[in-house]
Design a protein. Sequence first.
Length: 94
Amino acid sequence: MFSVAFLVEIAEKQEDWNAMVQYSHELLEIKFDPYERFAILIEIGDIYADKLNSIHGSVASFKKALEIDNRSKVALLRLFEVYAKGSMKEKGLI
């Protein structure tokens, strides 16, 4: 049986972003270290934003990361970028 982390790596190499998100969520279930969980949530948010074009998924992930570290500049900046990109799309600018 493959470990969940290994399945995440395989999905990434195959550029199967939906599977990578799914396995990353499974990885969250077994990780208890807040720093590891934070990093996984940021990665999930990035995949939603950059690969799957899912504003809702990325916002949810970045907000969960902020629940772990509400002063994180990384999470706040990523969240701002997603909101800005969404606003620009609504206005037809991109």
